[in-house]
Design a binder for this molecule. Structure first.
Ligand SMILES: [Zn+2]
Length: 115
């Protein structure tokens, strides 16, 4: 099944990470994300680590931080879990700040292998 051209364009625009208007912090995260991706792949983490009901597995993967990204600096940005963006990441984001932090740290501590 192919998507109508308008869909493809909309997806491209939404998911592309343009650096045209990105600030220093966005650029830093873009660099770190690329490195994290390699580290996670090497550790064999290529599916959502959260696994809440409705989890989409390896579809639409994203890194979920242990706190809202605006509160994080430097190496703190590397403390993440791999989460499907449309289900698990969304649910993590909807949690109160401390609950989200506990949940992300729990998932990290239960990993068989750290990235
Ligand atoms: Zn998931």
């Amino acid at each position: 099944m192919s998507l109508p051209a308008s869909c493809v364009t909309a997806t491209y625009i939404n998911l592309s990470y343009s650096t045209l208007r990105a600030g220093k912090r966005t650029n830093e995260w873009t660099r770190r994300r690329a490195k994290l991706k390699v580290r996670f792949e090497r550790a064999g983490i290529t599916r959502c680590e959260v696994g809440y009901p409705g989890c989409q597995g390896d579809y639409g993967l994203s890194f979920a931080h242990y706190d809202k990204r605006r509160f994080l600096r430097g190496d703190q940005l590397d403390i993440t879990v791999l989460a499907c963006i449309f289900n698990c990441h969304k649910k993590l984001e909807a949690m109160p700040r401390t609950a989200m932090k506990c949940e992300v740290m729990r998932i990290i501590s239960e990993r068989a292998r750290q990235p």
